[in-house]
Design a binder for this molecule. Structure first.
Ligand code: GDG
Length: 487
């Protein structure tokens, strides 16, 4: 009996009920080590219900020969597949993170399109749909995540799958004037419309998508859409934050701590933040020796050139700040590229007088919510938050700033560092109430309840991205690249 058949049987034996099962499809499975919010957020919401999570195992091979690896985390079964190195590079580094990630974050200057990458992206989506198919039951509810998988439902429909399929976009959706600059946007939009329901973090993202559909495909119907801001589990996070920290960041009581935690990504506004902090030190000499910024920033997507440049820029800015302001008994800035478990981060958040979260554009930003959850309600720190993070539409007790304006960010830090306890408590109370009203569990339930309610589209007769068409495109793109290299 081959591995796949026994795997499918084990799945069915493990959960005999023939009624609905939630199937998560995401680029990564929770078995893959990642600092990303997607894995952390979904795992919390799913481990207690019988469900299946399907995605890439993190393993790269020379070819993508079939082999689904099964494991389980509590009630969650994880089905992970390896991917072929070349195809993965085109899909992940090439199109998803070389085109969609920068464009959706309004960084068209960093977008690098190649036909081969686009074909690789479609091909991996088709391959994943094909690998998932034998594991599915007719009553499954598919919940697909993020920009890596925009055409996934379309590939499933092309293979005759009729299950309900919902999609959630964790990152922002670009406004139509920016979206129209993405090569092949019309094909992608058509493919996205194969989902039964599309979920977004904010109303701005949802309306940007709907407006783009109306502009680019006026004759065709717009699918069901909804706004589902992702949340956290505030009570669990608070308990984690109360545990003894691995490290006491500011043992000297006279130093007020500012903490930032971000993946090393150009959307997170790290250089702009460092410049704002330098301005604070320059304009407020009385703070020198009494304040310290700790920046935790584990590198991500290190194969994409824009990330390499960012790292160089940050190490250089760190050196400048240290060179200019450090003293023998005081470091103004600690910059750490190491990754920490979320549980280890929580007691660190609790020690910081200021949580500094200043992305240039961000779907939600879970760090902002985690910082609020970790605070001592009787003596909380202050959140300084970019107005361009999705979280800004919910966390009205934060000091909202324009991350592009170093003076404004420096001023907010100054206000936060000297804010009286009464005001800190009042602001924190408002934000805690928001966290409790918008939890990760509620997010999951609302997304899935709405998906159950929508009218199903089912399989479609035409197959725009047929396998032979994909292969033809791939060959043409490769030929063109070889020709270019020789000319
Ligand atoms: C995307 C969107 C959206 C754990 N260890 C580290 C670390 N973690 C955890 C944090 C937090 C998560 O990673 C980071 O989540 P974010 O939301 O801040 O950012 P992205 O990774 O860009 O996530 C985002 C999210 O999806 C969920 O929908 O909110 O807008 O971009 O939970 O505790 N984070 C860092 N270092 C660690 O060592 N930086």
């Amino acid at each position: 009996m081959n591995e796949l058949v026994s795997a499918t049987r084990r799945l069915k034996d493990g959960d005999m009920e023939q009624h609905e099962r939630v199937v998560i499809v995401a680029n990564r499975t929770p078995a893959t080590k990642t600092a990303g919010g997607l894995a952390c957020g979904l795992l919390d919401a799913l481990r207690e219900k019988p469900s299946l999570w399907f995605g890439w195992s993190g393993e790269l091979r020379e070819d993508d020969s079939n082999s689904v690896q099964l494991s389980s985390i509590d009630s969650l079964t994880v089905a992970a597949i390896p991917l072929a190195r070349e195809a993965h590079n085109r899909y992940y580094n090439g199109f998803a993170n070389g085109v969609l990630w920068p464009a959706f974050h309004h960084r068209l200057d960093l977008m690098r399109f190649s036909e081969t990458d686009y074909t690789g992206y479609l091909e991996v989506n088709r391959h994943m749909a094909e690998q998932l198919r034998p594991l599915l039951r007719p009553t499954d509810l598919l919940w697909v995540h993020d920009y890596h998988l925009l055409p996934f439902a379309d590939m499933c429909r092309a293979q005759g799958l009729q299950q309900r399929m919902g999609f959630f976009l964790h990152i922002p959706f670009p406004v139509p004037s920016v979206a129209q600059a993405i090569p092949r946007i019309d094909e992608l939009l058509d493919a996205m419309c194969a989902y039964d329901l599309l979920g977004f973090q904010t109303e701005d993202d949802r309306s940007a998508f709907v407006n783009l559909c109306r502009e680019r495909r006026p004759q065709k119907p717009v699918p069901e859409t909804g706004v589902y801001p992702i949340g956290v589990d505030p009570h669990t996070l608070r308990k984690e934050a109360e545990l003894a920290p691995q490290v006491k960041l500011w043992p000297n009581e006279s130093i007020q701590g500012i903490l930032s935690v971000d993946r090393l990504d150009y959307t997170k506004g790290l250089p702009e933040r460092f410049k704002a902090y330098a301005k604070l030190l320059e304009d407020s000499p009385e703070l020198r020796g009494n304040v310290q910024l700790v920046q935790i920033a584990p590198p991500s997507r290190t194969d994409v050139p824009a990330y390499v440049d960012l790292r160089h820029q940050l190490t250089s800015l760190t050196g400048e700040i240290l060179g200019r302001y450090a003293m023998l008994d005081w470091q103004p800035l600690i910059y750490v590229e190491q990754q920490y478990d979320r549980a280890a981060l929580m007691p660190l958040y609790r020690q910081a007088r200021v949580g500094l979260v200043t992305p240039l554009r961000d779907g939600m930003n879970l760090v902002a919510k985690e910082y609020v959850a970790a605070q001592d309600p009787a003596d909380p720190g202050v959140l300084v938050l970019s107005r361009f993070a999705g979280a800004a539409s919910q966390l009205d007790g934060a000091l909202l700033v324009n991350p592009h304006d170093p003076g404004e960010v420096a001023e907010a830090m100054r206000v936060a560092l000297s804010m009286p306890r009464e005001e800190r408590v009042a602001r924190h109370r408002r934000m805690w109430a928001v966290l409790c009203a918008s939890t990760i569990e509620g997010w999951r339930n609302r997304c899935l309840e709405d998906l159950r309610k929508v009218k199903q589209k089912g399989a479609r007769p035409s197959v725009p991205f047929s396998v032979s068409e994909l292969m033809r495109r791939s060959r043409e793109a490769q030929d063109a690249e070889v020709e270019k290299a020789h000319s």
